[in-house]
Design a protein around this ligand. Structure first.
Ligand SMILES: Cc1cc2nc3c(=O)[nH]c(=O)nc-3n(C[C@H](O)[C@H](O)[C@H](O)COP(=O)(O)O)c2cc1C
Length: 266
């Protein structure tokens, strides 16, 4: 070792290098945060549009913003099924309400009793956000946020219904951590194509959700075919989770009262 290469000098150089690297990493985290937030918001809007069947293939960020501007957000009180003013959640606009944050806030949500928590989400918000597509004063599409546990993760997405508050337009998830190729097939357009046209409720028999995922393929000759969707192959547990979350959010604890009100025109 030459005179100049002392242990203390090596430590100082290593220390300075660590400082420089940590500054670079911290700066990129801070500088990239707004871009990440913007992309996250855009991803959410893209998924809402996709569930509603309004997404145009290859649309640019600006085009997505324009398409999204035709969708109106509202707040719904899940206990009454009535619309609520955004001021009840301390917001000026329903768009600014963060339902996932509210689900962790004891002032805006409550623990779900064990037996009723079929979607395994632990807490239920008092107010939920819905998005409506309207044309000539009539509701064309109702987009509902849905979430529930699969096998490895909570899936977050949107269920879109036609103006009859019963016929499915689409179901899509913007966040989950199920296994690619197994539970992750929830993102496969071929599986998503099984949903449009299905009915959530068998209204002749009441207003409990009838829709469910079945193991294998739906037998089209059976009377419940219109309430049944093909399960994901090799992913029975994710499929069960999806059945449960769709039933939870269209059931008593979810949007059932709201959807009943829409059907009754009140
Ligand atoms: C590495 C690994 C990942 C898996 N990922 C999933 C998954 O994302 N969703 C799921 O339902 N099952 C998944 N499974 C399979 C489950 O453990 C279980 O076997 C399966 O859900 C049973 O479905 P089947 O009756 O259709 O085979 C995975 C298994 C392994 C070994």
């Amino acid at each position: 070792m030459s005179n100049k290469e002392t242990t203390s000098k090596t430590i100082i150089v290593a220390f300075l290098l660590c400082i420089v690297c940590s500054i670079v990493v911290s700066a990129s985290v801070v500088l990239l945060k707004p871009i990440q937030e913007k992309n996250k918001a855009l991803n959410l809007k893209t998924n809402i549009l996709a569930a509603a069947g309004l997404l145009v293939e290859g649309a640019s960020a600006d085009e997505i913003e324009t398409l999204f501007s035709s969708i109106k957000p509202f707040l719904v009180d899940l206990d009454t099924g009535e619309y609520a003013d955004p001021s009840v959640v301390g917001k000026e606009l329903a768009l600014d309400y963060d339902q996932r944050k509210a689900a962790k806030d004891p002032a805006l949500s409550a623990v779900i009793a064990g037996g009723e928590d079929i979607a395994s989400i632990k807490r239920r918000v008092k107010y939920a956000k819905v998005y409506l597509v309207e044309a000539k004063g009539k509701i064309e599409t109702i987009i509902l946020p849905v979430s529930g546990y699969g096998l490895w993760s909570t899936l977050h997405g949107f269920l879109a219904l036609e103006g009859d508050a019963n016929t499915v337009v689409g179901l899509g998830f913007y966040e989950h951590a199920e296994t690619p190729g197994l539970g992750g097939e929830v993102d496969n357009p071929r599986w998503k194509a099984f949903w449009p046209g299905k009915k959530v409720y068998n209204l002749e028999q009441g207003d409990e959700p009838a829709i469910k995922l079945v193991k294998g393929s739906v037998d089209k000759s059976k009377p419940d075919a219109m309430y049944s969707v093909d399960g994901l192959s090799g992913a029975t547990l994710t499929s069960r989770g999806i059945s449960n979350l769709v039933q939870y959010w269209t059931g008593e604890q979810g949007f059932k009262k709201y959807l009943n009100r829409l059907r009754e025109g009140v």
